[in-house]
Design a protein around this ligand. Structure first.
Ligand SMILES: Nc1ncnc2c1ncn2[C@@H]1O[C@H](COP(=O)(O)OP(=O)(O)OP(=O)(O)O)[C@@H](O)[C@H]1O
Length: 365
């Protein structure tokens, strides 16, 4: 899938923009604060329902306005289908439309916009908390496995109920029931994540040039239980939760389970965050995110959308060249932003170029 047209209304400094995109490479250049990232944030809202810079929608809506809207035309390369979709978000309300019909859930919209975003803050994937890494892996599972989203949502619901039971003595009698449900879902989620990791590892081979100097990272999934606990064995988990009952009741929330899983990213058996330089962390992050995009794109049309905000940030010329070589061989639709300096020169030659100026977007001739 790729986007042939995108329109953005009232996203930060961008009050209105229309972009007629190229199927492969699109470059958005402009001065600092001109609105390049705002356009990518708008795409992030379309794909994931939120920005990559803030969880607060109020910060995203242009000052003085009450609602932002992002609309696009999706082209499905394989089936030849073309259809519009869009999302409007106010402080209190979200409206989603796909092919002229109202849709209640963001997940449905996300499934039509397989976007991977790479931005200067992305490095938190390696350096930050496990939350980002779980979401990273789950995003692959979401696109690759049809029933993953249902299982994931069910898990969130069960976890919430179980935490209420742990916290509130009046609800305590329902604890065994929610614990059992939580146990049943452990295996399901764990297996999805193991499969997502396998897909990711295979896709990572496509980023070999980028990783040449660094070596391929070792990726290990931890289940959210102490090492040695077999999450695929219900009896083991039942006994485990019985043993931990006192500890969990004391804390008042669920201390173990898929919501505590992590994807450990290692270089030569040491956590990457402890050995890699800042530039190397960036290379590693970019490789992982590209692999994520390839993993997602393997379904259906074998295409996805990759948006890279501020491509040049912290990459030396050799790594920029390696990134260029890597991306050049893929089928993905690319949106790349940067200031109009040296780093974009590689891309501009075969790209559709947009100039972003004071929140307006102009297609270059
Ligand atoms: N809610 C808002 N309404 C209007 N303008 C906003 C809002 N939030 C932020 N801005 C302004 O929008 C601009 C943000 O631009 P953006 O981050 O998209 O720029 P950019 O072209 O990516 O810049 P850079 O090259 O520096 O990364 C800033 O000037 C910021 O002050």
């Amino acid at each position: 899938m790729w986007l042939s047209r995108v329109s953005v209304d009232y996203c930060r400094v961008v009050t209105h923009a229309e972009l007629s995109l190229a199927e492969r490479v699109n470059v958005l250049y402009g001065d600092n604060a001109s609105g390049k990232s705002s356009v990518l944030e708008a795409l992030s809202v379309l794909s994931r329902g939120r920005s990559f810079r803030t969880p607060r929608i109020a910060e995203l809506i242009s000052r003085g306005e009450t609602e932002l809207t992002v609309a696009a035309t999706v082209e499905n390369g394989l089936s030849g289908a073309r259809y519009p979709l869009g999302i409007s978000k106010s402080m209190t309300d979200t409206r989603i439309r796909i092919n002229h019909a109202d849709v209640p859930q963001q997940a449905e919209l996300s499934s039509h916009v397989p976007l991977t975003l790479i931005h200067p803050g992305s490095v938190e994937l390696v350096t930050g908390s496990p939350t980002a890494r779980r979401a990273f892996l789950d995003w692959i599972a979401f696109y690759r496995f049809a029933d993953f989203n249902m299982a994931w949502r069910q898990y969130q619901r069960v976890l919430k109920q179980r935490n209420t039971c742990l916290r509130d003595p009046r609800q305590r009698q329902a604890l065994p029931q929610w614990t059992q449900q939580l146990i049943s879902l452990q295996t399901v989620l764990y297996r999805y994540r193991v499969s997502a990791l396998a897909v990711l590892q295979e896709a990572l081979q496509n980023t070999a040039e980028l990783l040449a100097a660094l070596g391929t990272p070792q990726l290990h999934l931890s289940s959210g239980f102490p090492q040695g606990v077999d999450v695929e064995d219900e009896t083991t988990l039942q006994q485990f939760f019985r043993d931990k009952a006192e500890q969990e009741l004391k804390q008042g929330f669920s201390l173990y389970g898929a919501h505590r899983a992590d994807l450990h990213i290692m270089l030569d058996t040491i956590p990457a965050v402890r050995v890699a330089s800042r530039g190397q962390l960036k290379i590693l992050t970019v490789s992982l995110l590209l692999a994520q995009s390839y993993a997602i794109a393997e379904t259906g049309t074998k295409r996805g959308i990759i948006a890279i905000d501020d491509l040049a940030a912290e990459l030396d010329e050799q790594n920029q060249q390696a990134l260029y070589n890597t991306l050049h061989t893929t089928q993905q639709q690319l949106l790349i932003t940067g200031t109009h300096h040296q780093p974009l020169k590689n891309w501009v030659a075969d790209a559709k170029v947009f100039h972003v100026k004071h929140g307006q977007v102009f297609a270059s001739a």
